[in-house]
Design a protein around this ligand. Structure first.
Ligand code: GLA
Length: 750
């Protein structure tokens, strides 16, 4: 298992529990991609690609008599540049004379135990000691450029990671104008593409379309992975559904401008190229220098979309997230943002904390507005000093009062930004990204710091170290509230300006690496105006990320559904907020809001003092319920039971523990009907022959008179059913009515 090199056949075979990935060297030492899919063992698959002379598909010079062999028709592992493959390319490299060309030939390879690491970039890790790594070195003889193709094989996790390193072994400076992370050619099959698009406050909506005979692109040029196109693409068999069918996932471990293109070529071969966006990108590579393209996490399964998602969930929890919070119990928090916005002082915060503590909340998070001259969102970013008008005596007295209630204290920061009206900007106008001679484009009336500058990173390291070292802060919410424009660095020479956006990301990663290492007991939550930077790169530093600024429970069902394709529940920050909801104006039952937030890391974001006694009692019950089922929810297997694009009446999902011993079914009625059809669910993921008892069935927020059938559903409580009965015959839940009631059914193996 693991990684095999067959010297006779000259093939590399990577094997995980249920997948095989194969590459082979051809007669000219080019590296062809031969297979990625369900496990098939080790046979040489080169014969699947017989030579065929295709008009207008050219041949390498050495092959000019063998017209059937064209780089334009064969599956490639990582394309060269300008050498006769007209499909999507991985690389554009330019010599000093302006020539752009590279033809890769095999030089050497090495196989190692453990997982390769990438300098300066987040990458999956192997703390559980089970990975193997392969490095294949390819070389271009004219430029001296070398390509190191890196593969991490996680057998048990059924995951293969890839990355690429370009090393200038020649004597002239080379200019990379495109340097993708990977190319994946799927020679056979007809695919649907699933991607996750959106906007601020409506992120990661799932969309599924058949691939066209054209190039389709999922990308961001925003300097952030973005609310708009998440860096995650699935290709699946046209007939694939949640439970069946071949699916592939491509997930870049990168948080900046990214691009994944999918092309169906003249032969029906599908090529996926993924990596840093090449718009306005370039990188100077002096002799001896190396450039590392970010990692991509690949998954494949023949068991449908749920299985693919679960592979990613497990991998992100075990091998992408790091530190003590990976599996630790995260505190139920109360955040003051939607309770107070900028209008607070210490006493107001303590009043919120007191009520929250009495109801069982474990941590108070002080959001935006505690520093500098920050009374609205027009000023103060960059001035990470306490505003003593709001918090007399600084943070310490406030934290002491919060801690005295038995609660931890967390704080909001937005380090990568600067307001024009700030001490920092007045002192260092050149620290912001601005174009010479132009007034900067503004967004939320703020600018982006040039995180590619070491002095900026040093300054922020010092400010944030000071904040965290001198205050008992247990949690940091790290925000980033605008996208990048005016990308120009005051410290880079003209020929290196194309590096500014990626250097920005390297600076952010460096700062996060330093702080998370220095403060291992602080829980970091990521945020970018909600989920504008929800990606595997950020999850290497943040064990959780605020999913969306849209806290409306019903909208959240769609956002969290889309997010769940790639990312685990334990990574999705989700809160119960006030009604009418501040984003949509909708009113939903308090319990239903909790059911939605419990499909994430769970917390509150409202002034609990404004709740009635009855509602306050509900908050207590919700926290107790969440506590009781914490492990099942956060570390269990997640099953989508409905697709909001198809089922508009209700949304349902389910948690099952890995041992198939217990399950929690959740359903929210999103569209009540007259003469309603039954709410029937088929459970998933149970052991077919085991017996399960319906332990509890809680109906929440069903204020309208429930319709007939309620009693019958309740009669199931205490009864026992086989796993196969619950999965194949299903269970008819209570007939809910009214505005957005919900049900939670807890079932346990007997
Ligand atoms: C962003 C976040 C919010 C809140 C505000 C504060 O929009 O997503 O949760 O922290 O910033 O300005």
């Amino acid at each position: 298992m693991g990684i095999q090199f067959d010297a006779a056949a000259r093939t590399f075979t990577l094997s995980t529990r249920s997948t095989t990935y194969q590459m082979g060297l051809d007669h000219l030492d080019h590296l062809l991609h031969l297979y990625y899919g369900p496990a098939i063992g080790q046979g040489d698959l080169a014969a699947m690609y017989p030579p065929a002379d295709r008009g207008f598909s050219p041949n390498h010079n050495a092959d000019r008599e063998r017209r059937g062999i064209s780089p334009d028709a064969l599956p490639q592992e990582y394309t060269g540049c300008n050498t006769g493959d007209f499909r999507l390319s991985c690389l554009v490299v330019r010599e000093e004379n302006g020539a752009a060309g590279a033809e890769w030939r095999y030089a050497s390879h090495s196989i190692q135990k453990g997982k390769y690491a990438l300098t300066g970039l987040p990458a999956a890790h192997d703390e559980e000691n089970e990975a193997e790594s392969l490095c294949i070195r390819m070389e271009d003889s004219v430029t001296g450029l070398a390509l190191e193709l890196l593969y991490g094989v996680f057998e048990r996790q059924d995951i293969i990671t890839r990355a690429a390193r370009l090393v200038n072994g020649g004597s002239q400076t080379l200019r990379l104008e495109k340097a993708a992370s990977m190319c994946l050619d799927l020679p056979f099959g007809r695919w649907d593409m699933i991607h996750f698009h959106g906007r601020h406050a409506m992120e990661r909506r799932m969309e599924r379309t058949p691939l066209m005979n054209a190039i389709q692109t999922v990308s961001s040029t925003r300097g952030a992975s973005s609310h708009h196109h998440n860096p995650f693409v699935i290709l699946c068999d046209r007939k694939a559904n949640e439970e069946h069918g071949l699916c592939y996932g491509v997930m870049p471990v990168y948080s900046g401008s990214h691009r994944t293109d999918v092309e169906v070529d003249q032969n029906g071969l599908t090529r996926i190229v993924s990596g840093i966006h090449d718009e306005r990108f370039s990188w100077q590579l002096a002799p001896g220098e190396a450039f590392t393209a970010p990692e991509v996490i690949l998954a494949c399964t023949e068991n449908g979309l749920t299985a693919l998602s679960q592979q990613y969930h497990r991998f992100i929890r075990h091998n992408v997230c790091r530190g003590e919070f990976r599996f630790a119990r995260r505190p139920v928090l109360i955040n003051n943002w939607e309770a107070t916005y900028f209008d607070f002082d210490s006493d107001a915060i303590v009043r919120i904390a007191e009520k929250a503590a009495a109801l069982g909340v474990e941590m108070l998070v002080l959001d935006d507005g505690w520093f500098g001259k920050r009374n609205d969102d027009n000023s103060g970013l960059g001035d990470w000093f306490v505003n003593e008008n709001k918090l007399p005596g600084g943070l310490s007295p406030l934290i002491e009062r919060v801690n005295a209630l038995g609660m931890k204290f967390g704080i909001w920061v937005e380090p990568e930004m600067v307001s024009e009206d700030s001490e920092l900007y007045r002192a260092h106008p050149d620290w912001a990204l601005t174009l010479p001679g132009r007034a900067p484009v503004m967004s939320r009336n703020q600018m982006v710091l040039d995180m590619g500058r070491p002095d900026v990173v040093d300054y922020l390291t010092e400010r944030l170290t000071d904040l965290l070292a001198n205050n008992p802060i247990a949690y940091v919410k790290w925000d980033m509230n605008r996208n990048m424009t005016d990308v120009y660095s005051r410290v880079l020479p003209a020929e290196r300006q194309g590096e500014a956006a990626h250097r920005y990301m390297l600076g952010v990663y460096k700062l996060l690496e330093t702080l998370t290492t220095r403060f291992p007991h602080v829980l970091f939550e990521g945020c970018a105006g909600g989920g504008g930077r929800f990606d595997a790169g950020m999850l290497a530093y943040f064990t959780q990320i605020w999913c969306s600024d849209d806290t409306d429970a019903i909208e959240r069902l769609v956002i969290q559904h889309g997010t769940s394709f790639g990312y685990p529940v334990s990574s999705m920050g989700a809160h119960v907020s006030a009604c009418p909801n501040h984003q949509t104006g909708r009113t939903t039952p308090l319990w239903t809001r909790a059911v939605a937030a419990m499909a994430g890391t769970f917390g509150y974001e409202l002034d609990l003092n404004k709740l009635s006694d009855e509602e306050a009692a509900q908050v207590k019950e919700q926290i107790a319920f969440f506590d009781k089922h914490y492990q099942l929810i956060q570390n269990g297997l997640y099953y989508r039971l409905t697709d909001p694009t198809e089922e508009e009446r209700y949304a349902a999902w389910q948690f099952v523990d890995e041992e198939q011993g217990e399950t929690l079914v959740n359903l929210v009625l999103t569209h009540p009907e007259a003469n309603a059809r039954p709410l029937h669910v088929w459970l998933r993921g149970l052991a077919p022959d085991a017996l399960y008892r319906v332990e509890s069935l809680d109906i929440h927020g069903c204020h309208a008179a429930p319709q007939a059938g309620l009693d019958l559903a309740m009669e199931g409580v205490g009864k026992t059913y086989s796993g196969s009965t619950l999965m194949h015959a299903g269970y008819t839940l209570p007939q809910l009515a009214g505005d957005y009631p919900s049900v939670q059914m807890y079932v346990k193996r007997v």
